[in-house]
Design a protein around this ligand. Structure first.
Ligand code: AMP
Length: 113
């Protein structure tokens, strides 16, 4: 997949589409998925323009990768799903069901927060 800067998450990051941000730091923003597939379904979206996980691993340095995954953990803590358990999901490529060509990590939990 090629990076398309008109994708919905790029527009959210540029403030062109409103969203209810629940978390933001140097590396990511996070907000609820518009079509939740679990009682808690949140997306963590890196601020930099990576198409998918493959692109991240090829281009990002260790500090940024660490920052992104620490942010995922911070969001899970904020959602209070650490003890209940949660799933992390990245669809990588259209063949795997990736719809938005901007890297994002799904956090899904059966616990409604
Ligand atoms: P994926 O299939 O991994 O690319 O997931 C894309 C996800 O983005 C889907 O679960 C959509 O429901 C979600 N989504 C699309 N547009 C928005 C939006 N404006 N705000 C929040 N979530 C969105």
């Amino acid at each position: 997949m090629a990076y398309d800067n008109q994708n919905v998450f790029a527009k959210i990051l540029r403030g062109e589409i409103p969203t209810n941000k629940i978390y933001e730091d140097e590396y990511v923003i996070s907000f609820y998925d518009i079509h939740p597939k679990a009682p808690t379904h949140v997306l963590v979206v890196p601020k930099n323009a990576y198409v998918d996980f493959n692109d991240l691993i090829q281009k990002a340095d260790a500090t940024e990768i660490d920052g992104i995954f620490n942010a995922v953990h911070n969001v899970a803590k904020q959602l209070d799903v650490i003890d209940a358990g949660y799933r992390l999901l990245m669809n990588v490529g259209s063949g795997a069901g990736q719809e938005v060509p901007h890297l994002h990590i799904h956090i899904l939990s059966n616990k409604k927060n």
